[in-house]
Unconditional design. Structure first.
Length: 225
């Protein structure tokens, strides 16, 4: 794979009810013990399987970069706001889960964030406080306000992940959204909204404009390294 200095790469997988639980259990055992413990805290099978899949996608991405996943996973850490990283490494990544999809974005040197959301019914009026007036008007004037809401929501979530901030801080960041940029906390972030699967919205954000974004759907069988 080429250097990721000016590009981000996205890998995603879908799980289904027909997938064997033993497959995910086997994947889980290949992670460091501290990650196994964290993932085991998810009591709902689907939530646990998605997080196992996300970590396996990250493992897969490192392999594609000709790096040693085991060495990087040993340094897998979380910040105070639960932003994951490989410590001081220049390899940056972000994970997200929704519906039956786990997704992983990875880049070299560039801090990134990704979010995916399954489009589900929601009372839009309850979400107005999270958006600036112009963005909220665009959501409501869109041909499909629900889908447009999720597009805007994923770009906000992706931006927060890039910043390393929890969703609870969103209202305090004075966020402004333009056609390809978000201003949050006085900082500018570029975003792109790749098409993943029908019924989902996804966005990736970074502090620098990405020259190229590669997108790959990975069959679960390929994650059974």
């Amino acid at each position: 794979m080429d250097s990721l200095r000016t590009q981000a790469t996205i890998f995603y997988s879908q799980i289904s009810q027909s997938d064997r639980p033993a497959f995910f259990d086997d994947l889980l055992r290949k992670f460091p013990f501290h990650l196994q413990e964290r993932i085991a805290g998810y009591r709902v099978d689907k939530d646990r399987f998605l997080r196992i899949t996300g970590k396996a996608l990250l493992f897969y991405a490192l392999q594609k970069m000709n790096l040693d996943p085991g060495a990087y996973f040993t340094n897998y850490k979380y910040s105070e706001n639960n932003k994951p990283s490989f410590g001081t490494s220049n390899i940056r990544f972000s994970l997200s889960y929704s519906g039956d999809i786990a997704i992983c974005a990875i880049a070299n040197h560039e801090n990134i964030g990704i979010d995916i959301e399954e489009i589900k019914p929601i009372k839009l009026s309850l979400m107005e406080a999270y958006f600036d007036a112009v963005s909220w008007q665009k959501i409501n004037n869109a041909p499909d306000p629900l889908a447009e809401f999720y597009r805007y929501w994923t770009l906000l979530e992706a931006t927060l992940k890039t910043l390393g901030c929890p969703i609870s801080q969103l209202e305090s960041l004075d966020t402004r959204i333009s056609d390809d940029m978000v201003i949050a906390g006085g900082k500018a972030f570029y975003y792109s909204c790749p098409v993943i699967e029908p019924g989902y919205k996804c966005c990736i954000a970074s502090a620098q404009r990405q020259d190229r974004i590669e997108l790959s759907k990975v069959p679960l069988a390929l994650l059974g390294y």
